[in-house]
Design a protein. Structure first.
Length: 469
């Protein structure tokens, strides 16, 4: 049709005014298509083609007007009208697209996500008149405001983009692990908030306080409340009775509680199968060990303490019997692992300890790898660590030894493994001194007793059961 109109415009029999109308009609059709593509084309190449087509239309009309010697007033009129048509079309389509965009995606009124929750873009959309390009997961591992960008295809098949801001918040209250009754001696100078283990999932420095009236210099019973509040305003309380008593006049009357002795023969008789191995974990506390006798008695593997940290921020010390124990266990062919007694209170400290251990091993192969042993829960309130941070500390240690080619494992008792540790990445070495395991999670080794009796070892030793795959 456009070619027919162009030929008609060239004919000398066609009146001038009709020629101008024909050129305007032909240019208007092509210009309309080009200006539409500029706004509505789905792809960038399509938009570029629309721009080229519109430019070519203006150029072609200019050439055609000169070719047929059209009066300049008609020429200006044609070009002006074409410009108006194209401009109005572009503006209309931009406005229409904005309207569509505004109606295509409706956000929910509350753009809030809980810390570490699993959410995607669609979780924050009330409705969408079109289709998301990708319903991507949104990271929620950092508190605060986070901008989320997304792409979608509207009802006209055009790709569009948008963004919104969500607020990641912490709605989990701090936790208190303690009883309802505590006794201290008169003139007690400690911090009462340390009577119970408490902490927050995220806040390294929650506010701990004791509410109520009491006098540590006066014998009596006091009804108090333990309060812990995190930085997000979440609060947990626990009522307890504080008993202030006079100290005993003769402390020698207090007898230490000793655990019953457990011969390794009894453990073998009850727990040894083709899917278990019986072992021990040792340190300088066991002194010199006759590894030949220990193996003959039924010991099938050993964890050896390689060293320990001298308190928070303290130096790392090699266990004085480590080298002898390593040589002795190796000589009799026992599979070996090592552990380090840690006071790490930061990711940096934990990684440094792991690297120190690796250096002490001098490339020694360990079939059972390296365990992380952190047990100072009585002073946890003073460490300025959240429960999240202490788990990051453990992972930093274990990630480091794992990267060096050693098998990492997490040591801990049933109570802390259940309530605080998050053993998702590494196998568990579980300590529970009981007739059977009540821990509901997965575990690799069960440390069942701290008062084991094994030939070749003077005094008590920890007894362990390893469960084979």
């Amino acid at each position: 049709m456009d070619l027919y109109l162009a030929d008609l415009a060239k004919s000398p029999k066609t009146p001038t005014i009709l020629r101008a109308i024909i050129l305007l009609l032909a240019g208007g059709i092509i210009g309309f298509i080009g200006s539409s593509l500029i706004v509505d084309a789905i792809s960038i190449p399509g938009q570029i083609f629309g721009g080229v087509l519109l430019f070519a239309t203006f150029a072609t009309l200019t050439f055609a007007c000169r070719k047929i010697s059209l009066d300049w007033r008609y020429f200006i009129g044609i070009i002006s009208l074409l410009f108006v048509i194209s401009s109005v079309n572009i503006i209309y389509r931009i406005v229409e697209n904005h309207r569509l965009d505004a109606e295509s995606v409706v956000l929910k009124p509350e753009l809030v996500a809980d810390y570490n929750s699993t959410v995607t873009i669609s979780d924050f959309l009330e409705s969408i008149n079109g289709e998301l390009v990708e319903d991507a997961a949104i990271p929620t591992d950092q508190l605060g405001s986070h901008e989320v960008a997304y792409g979608y295809t509207n009802v006209k098949g055009r790709k569009r983009s948008g963004n919104f801001t969500i607020e990641v918040i912490d709605r989990i209250a701090p936790r208190i692990y303690g009883g309802t009754s505590y006794t201290v001696y008169k003139d007690y100078t400690g911090d009462l908030t340390d009577l119970m283990l408490s902490g927050d999932n995220l806040d390294d420095r929650p506010r701990r306080e004791i509410s109520g009236t009491y006098d540590l210099g006066l014998v009596g019973n006091y009804e108090l409340e333990y309060i812990i509040t995190d930085a997000s305003g979440n609060r947990t309380t626990q009522a307890f009775t504080l008993h202030v008593i006079d100290p005993p006049k003769d402390s020698s009357q207090t007898q230490p509680v000793t655990a019953p002795k457990l011969p390794i023969t009894e453990v073998i008789a009850e727990h040894k199968t083709d899917r278990t191995k019986i072992g021990i974990d040792v340190s300088a506390w066991q002194g010199e060990i006759d590894w030949t006798k220990a193996k003959a008695a039924g010991v099938e593997f050993a964890f050896i303490r390689i060293g320990y940290q001298v308190g928070y921020g303290g130096e790392y010390v090699l266990d004085r019997y480590f080298e002898a124990n390593l040589a002795g266990a190796t000589a009799v062919g026992l599979p070996i692992g090592v552990y380090f007694y840690s006071y790490a209170d930061s990711i940096t400290e934990a990684a440094a300890q792991a690297n120190w251990i690796i250096e002490q091993l001098h490339g020694c192969e360990l079939k059972l790898g390296i365990a992380f042993d952190w047990e100072d829960w009585s002073n946890f309130n003073q460490t300025n660590m959240s429960f999240h941070t202490i788990n990051q500390v453990a992972n930093a240690y274990l990630d480091t030894v794992n990267a060096a080619g050693y098998h990492g494992s997490l040591y801990g008792s049933k109570n802390y493994m259940t309530n605080i540790w998050e053993p998702e990445k590494y196998p568990v070495w579980l300590a529970q001194y009981y007739d059977f395991v009540t821990y509901e999670g997965d575990y690799w080794i069960w440390q069942m007793s701290s008062s084991g009796q094994v030939p070749g070892i003077e005094g008590d030793v920890d007894l362990d059961i390893m469960y084979l795959e």
